[in-house]
Design a protein around this ligand. Structure first.
Ligand code: GLN
Length: 447
């Protein structure tokens, strides 16, 4: 713990932590040491873990990097935090992220952008940017993030770590601040596959507090990391031919593919012609869910309140106008619009139908293939400020990560080394529902 606390102190410019839990982490570390001495330590004994600032930890502040939750203290712990603590992990602090996890660069945070440790002028990615940089810069051993449309995988890719988004329903969302509930999943950011496997074993599985979690038994992932045998891999052709794809990223992925072929895996180019529909369907659906989820921040129940309001209506209006940032407001308005009478059928319902079609098409691919391969993002980490003027540019960069999110399948960002400029490159592998064991084993065999 002292090692990581020093590291954090040495690199304040990264802005990865919204708060370091010095006293509770120190107490926990002492308690764990006693358990270790007594030979009674849990499976994560002493593992120092950071959590994204939208995951509740009892008696600690949680803000989702929003002014709206200023001063909000979690009255209970999320299931994921309880499970980490039950296995004697040490939670070192809460990590910066995009406001309410809405963004892909960590620039919508009320607390400012996180800086990529590979190049301080560049973004960390988002929304779990603090989680990615904390692992990249060795500020903790591993971190939890949340992934609605890429928020674990894309920052992991920008920072050269492994980012796993499990199957929708694999991990409890109890005590995780909701963005789009039919997409949100907690995921892991780690510097090794074995850390991801161990964390998954502990985090996954049924929870009486979240009825959307599957009751399926949880494999002992960390003991199944040996070679999974020959796999059939579908490379989605249109994603590799996309004009937006950076040449060095493409080259690194093609080299990895050559390596898979040489190792005896079957790799085929497969056409996926629904690419143009992914980003529109994702943003209509997630904005709709967000507008509903964020209606609870009314200036009365949580966090920020405008104290000059004269009546209830102006309390709502002023608190929400002042508490939420621009991107969050944009999505609340978009979501309210697509759900409103007269537009519901044309936008929300249509997007639901498109989601169903995408999911069916993806499931059909798995009759002939075990893994789907695409890039994670079209480019490596971009410059801070570069994409902030135009929300559509930012949204389009989510094109590859939203495919697994719309289909609910597990997906992992795998580091591929750095480009000429020293920026991390990455590829994305996805598998059938509840097949994160294969993703982990395949990735372990390749790295
Ligand atoms: N960039 C995407 C968005 O802004 C993904 C965010 C996420 O996964 N939380 O919605």
């Amino acid at each position: 713990l002292a090692y990581y606390l020093d590291k954090i102190r040495e690199q304040p410019e990264l802005n990865a932590f919204n708060e370091v839990f010095v006293s509770s982490a120190t107490e926990q570390a002492v308690a764990v040491q006693e358990k270790i001495n007594a030979g009674k330590a849990g499976r994560l004994a002493g593992m120092v873990i950071g959590i994204k600032d939208n995951i509740l930890y009892k008696d600690h502040q949680t803000t989702a990097s929003s002014k709206m939750l200023d001063g909000f203290i979690a009255p209970y712990s999320s299931t994921v935090v309880s499970r980490l603590l039950a296995e004697d992990a040490v939670i070192i602090g809460r990590l910066n992220c995009d406001e309410f996890a809405m963004g892909g660069s960590n620039e919508t945070s009320f607390f400012g952008p996180v800086r990529n440790a590979a190049d301080n002028q560049r973004v960390a990615g988002g929304s779990s940017g603090g989680s990615a940089v904390a692992v990249q810069a060795d500020l903790c051993l591993a971190a939890l993030g949340t992934d609605t449309g890429g928020s674990v995988r894309q920052p992991a890719a920008f920072c050269g770590c492994f980012g796993l988004k499990p199957t929708y329903g694999r991990i409890s969302r109890y005590g995780v601040i909701a963005y789009a509930s039919s997409f949100d999943q907690v995921g892991t950011l780690t510097s090794s596959v074995s850390d991801a496997a161990l964390l998954m074993e502990i985090l996954a599985g049924a929870d009486a507090y979240d009825s959307t979690v599957s009751a399926k038994s949880v494999p002992v992932y960390s003991e199944e990391l040996n070679s999974p045998g020959k796999q059939r891999i579908a490379v989605l052709k249109e994603t590799m031919e996309s004009e937006a794809l950076d040449p060095e990223t493409k080259h690194a992925i093609l080299q990895a593919i050559a390596g898979f072929r040489a190792a005896g895996h079957q790799v085929d180019e497969v056409s996926f012609d629904l690419l143009d529909y992914l980003v529109p369907a994702y943003y209509v659906l997630t904005a709709a869910e967000a507008s509903s989820n964020l209606s609870r921040y009314d200036g009365v129940h949580y966090g920020y309140r405008n104290l000059q309001a004269e009546n209830l209506n102006s309390l709502y209006k002023k608190s929400r106008a002042e508490g939420f940032g621009t991107e969050v407001k944009r999505r609340i308005m978009l979501g309210t619009f697509v759900l409103s009478a007269g537009y519901y059928d044309a936008y929300y319902q249509k997007a639901q139908q498109v989601r169903r079609l995408i999911r069916e098409r993806v499931e059909a691919l798995f009759t002939n293939y075990d893994l789907i391969l695409t890039p994670v993002a079209p480019t490596p980490a971009f410059k801070i400020g570069e994409n902030m003027q135009d929300p559509l540019v930012m949204y389009m960069a989510d094109i590859f990560t939203v495919l697994p999110s719309l289909s609910g399948i597990p997906s992992i960002a795998v580091p591929l080394g750095n480009n000429q400029a020293g920026l991390p490159l990455s590829l994305q592998l996805s598998a059938k529902h509840f097949n994160e064991g294969l993703l982990l084993a395949f990735t372990a065999g390749f790295k």
